[in-house]
Ligand binder design. Sequence first.
Ligand code: 7TS
Length: 410
Amino acid sequence: MVAKADINVESIRKDFPILQQEVNGRPLVYFDNAASSQKPLQVVQAIEDYYNNFHSNVHRGVHHLSQKATDAYEAARETVKDFINARSIKEVNFTKGTTEGINLVAHSFGRKFIQEGDEIVISTMEHHSNIVPWQMICEERGATLKVIPINEHGELLLDEFDQLLTEKTKLIALVYVSNSLGTINPVEYIIEKAHEIGAKVLLDAAQAAPHQKIDVQELDCDFLALSAHKMMGPTGMGILYGKETLLEQMLPYQGGGEMIKEVTFEKTTYNELPFKFEAGTPNIAGGIALKATIDYIHSIGWDFIEKQEADLLQYATEQISQISGIRIVGTAEKKAGVLSFLLGDHHPYDVGVILDQLGIAVRTGHHCCQPLMNRLGIEGTCRASFAFYNTTEEVDRLIEGIQRAQKMLG
Ligand code: 7TS
C-alpha cells in the first residue's frame, strides 16, 4: 500500500483496472459515479478471497468455515460502527442499500409512531426512494406529507422549513447531498430544529458517504441510510444507522430466520439488535467487501478525497461555464462533486449519446428526481459526477466532448 504522503491520482488509478480501458476507441472517462462508483482491486480481492477460501453461512454453524465467515462478517459491522461513529454495533443494520434502509424506517418506525393526522416532512430535491416510501406510509396511516421548497440555486428555503414544522411533525426525511444538483444540505440546522419540537430525522446519505466523513453522533441524526456501491464498495449492500433507543421500540421489518429468538406456532419472540432487522441469509460477501472498502477509503484518506473532488468540481464548473449556451442546474453555495447541465435546447439524452461515442460516461434524465425536475421546469439534465480517481485531463475531455456535441447538434 502506498504511504499517505505519496497518494496521487496516478497511483490510485492503478487500483481500478476498469478505468484503464477504451470505449468506442477512446480511453474511458467515467463520470457516472453518483449512479455507482468503480471498485478497487482490494475490494474485488476481498470478495474473491471469501468465496474461494471461507464461504459458509453465518451465525448458525459450529464448524470452522461458518465461524470464519461469521467473524469476518461481524468484523465488518465493527468497522462500519467506527466509520460512522455509531455508539454500538446494535445501531448498525446491514441492508441491501439506501432504498431498503429508508423503506425499513418507513415501515417499522411508521407503523409504530405515525398516527392519523401526523406529518412527515421531506424536501423538493429528494430521490424517489426518499419520497415513495413516505407516501406509502402516509396513505396507510392517514398522515400528511409536506415538502420543503427550494430556491433557483437548488438550496432549501429554511424560513419556509421553519414554517412547516408543527406539533404534528413526527419525522423529517432529508437528502444530505443531492444526487441531481450536488447541493450539500444544512442538515445540522434541520436536525436541531426538528429535535426542538420532538421530531426525528432520517438522513439519506447515499451521496454524502462517498465524499465526506460521516459522524452520526456529531450530527445527532436519528437514522441514516447509505449504499456501499456509491462509495467504491459492492452492490447489494448498505447500512441503516438508527439510534438504539428507537430501534429497540420499532417492530421488525421482515420475518424469517436470523431475526427471531424463539418461534412457536402461538408466538414468536424477536432477536436482539441488530439481528432483529436482518431476516434471512445476509449478503455475506457484501459485508466482507464493505470492510475492505472502508479500509481502502482510510488508506487514501478523507483529506485527499475531499480536496481532489472539490478541485475537480471547481475546475469543471469554470471550464463548462465558458461554453456558450450552457446552463448549470444546481448552483448552491455548498456543493459536492456533481455537475448537472443543459446544453441549449438540446435533449440531455442526445448530448449523452454523443459523449458516449467519445468514450465519456455521464448520466442523462431525471435522475430519479421527477418532482425536482418539475419544480425546475425541465425534463432532465446531463450529469457528470466525480470521484477521487478522476482527473482534470478527463474534465478537459468532457469539455471538448460538449463542444463537439454542440457542433453536431447545431
Ligand atoms: N438516495 C440518493 C440521494 C441517491 O442518489 C440514490 C441513488 C438513492 C437514494 C438510492 O440508492 P440505492 O443504492 O438504494 O439505489 N441514486 C442514483 C443516481 O443518482 N443515479 O442512479 C442512482
